[in-house]
Design a protein around this ligand. Structure first.
Ligand code: GLC
Length: 431
């Protein structure tokens, strides 16, 4: 075959492979779709995985909506509507909606710990937040076909959600929002919290340490003012990087509707997030960003996926982005055969599995398509096209070989955690 023809065949093969991936992604989200009714509300959404995660999760649904918007923006809008349906008058949107209350059990006692429910009055939702990806998903739905009409319908709720974050989640007024337990960061058992002057924990102690902040929160019935008076809270780099990126999306959506005052407010908040991350979280030695623990804002030091996340901020200065990319592409840290591990390879706490000492402890090494998607997007936006494509190619290879999984082993790519996992479909949306 002549070179020109061979190239054309290769391009056609690649396009067909990508279309096939889109079809598989859609089929999985469809298989995981549930229609439910609870307390007079209706929802159509995809569960993260039928076995282990039978409810609706906040940031999972935002990711599902992003993938849905590739083929069916109305279905994507439904996914987000099922979250908006549970927005409280103060703007809060919970991290889990227990649409199917029969699946709540005493064995899963954390359902009660993360909510104010009791076995007699089962919770409908948790009282916790999750990384605020919502505005990114709304923007995608609008671009995919929802247009200005869709934005007009959901903007008041999106604005209220962001007002709640700004008003209730920033007790020290520095522009960064706080989480009250690591489960709010979406990185459940990541060792990120272990560095606040603590020695490395092992076994069930990890579990106990990470659940501990939920005890006072539960006792205070998740009254944020009282919770933040204590010391058990944290300014997470991952949550704030997503917050900053979402605020930029909110500003664009507001501009689309000529809501200039909201657009200006959101853009100003976004700029403050980037400034505060640079001033408080960046480690001058290697340019990685670390979470701040407690009222004294003690900076942690364990290198996790969180440390790289400011790459998704479009206004991150070039020099800071270059330093992050140097760490990201360092084969001893974040660039094994299958990037990007959730904990750097050279950390003593790095593990290839999500079961440790017989307990399920996720986010301690295996890679996730959610963070790969975010980082690939950040890289592409900052002009690191090759690195972005490498993450995209390896991610698609993993899905082709092992299906849509919750996590993958970054060294040999083997599947880790739950199979048929919703947000792994993000591989279809990568560069
Ligand atoms: C785990 C993850 C969290 C995710 C949830 C549902 O708790 O840590 O990020 O949202 O599962 O998939």
């Amino acid at each position: 075959m002549r070179l020109g023809k061979r190239l054309r065949v290769a391009v056609a093969d690649r396009q067909e492979a990508r279309r096939a991936l889109d079809r598989r992604a859609r089929a999985l989200l469809l298989e995981n779709t549930r229609r439910r009714e609870l307390a007079g509300r209706r929802g159509r959404f995809s569960v993260p995985s039928a076995g282990h995660y039978p409810f609706q999760w906040f940031w999972d649904s935002c990711f599902h909506a992003i993938v849905w918007s590739r083929s069916d923006w109305r279905r994507a809008a439904d996914e987000l509507d099922a979250l908006f349906a549970w927005q409280r008058p103060d703007g809060f949107i919970p991290h889990v909606v227990f649409w199917d209350q029969r699946r709540i059990s005493l064995w899963k006692w954390w359902h009660y710990m993360e909510s104010v429910g009791t076995p007699r009055h089962k919770p409908r939702t948790t009282e916790q937040m999750q990384p605020p990806v919502l505005a990114l998903a709304v923007e995608r739905v609008a671009e995919a076909g929802g247009g200005a009409e869709y934005v007009r319908r959901v903007l008041p709720q999106l604005e209220a959600y962001h007002e709640h974050l700004a008003a209730e989640r920033d007790p020290d007024g520095d522009g960064l929002i706080s989480v009250l337990s690591q489960f709010e960061t979406g990185l459940d058992f990541s060792p990120v919290w272990q560095a606040g002057g603590e020695r490395a924990l092992k076994g069930p102690l990890v579990f106990a340490r990470l659940r501990r902040p939920q005890v006072p929160a539960r006792l205070h019935r998740y009254d944020l003012e009282r919770v933040f008076r204590g010391d058990l809270h944290q300014e997470s780099v991952l949550v704030n990087a997503i917050y900053g990126k979402a605020l930029r999306a909110l500003a664009r959506l507001a501009r689309l509707l000529d809501e200039t005052e909201l657009a200006a407010r959101a853009a100003e908040r976004a700029a403050r997030v980037t400034e505060a991350l640079l001033a408080k979280c960046a480690d001058p030695r290697d340019g990685l960003f670390h979470d701040l623990v407690g009222r004294e804002e003690r900076r942690t030091s364990v290198k996790t996926i969180s440390a790289l996340m400011p790459l998704i901020l479009e206004d991150l200065p070039r020099e800071a982005a270059d330093r992050l990319v140097a760490s990201l592409t360092d084969a001893r840290r974040f660039w094994p055969a299958y990037p990007v591990p959730s904990v750097a390879l050279d950390e003593p706490t790095f593990s290839r599995d999500s079961r440790l000492w017989g307990i399920r402890l996720i986010w301690r090494g295996p890679l996730s398509m959610s963070t790969n998607w975010l980082l690939a997007q950040g890289l592409a936006e900052h002009g690191y096209a090759d690195e972005a494509r490498t993450i995209g190619n390896r991610s698609r290879e993993l899905v082709a070989r092992h299906g849509f999984n919750e996590f993958y082993d970054p060294l040999d790519g083997s599947p880790v955690g739950e199979p048929s996992f919703g947000w792994a479909t993000l591989a279809a949306d990568m560069p």
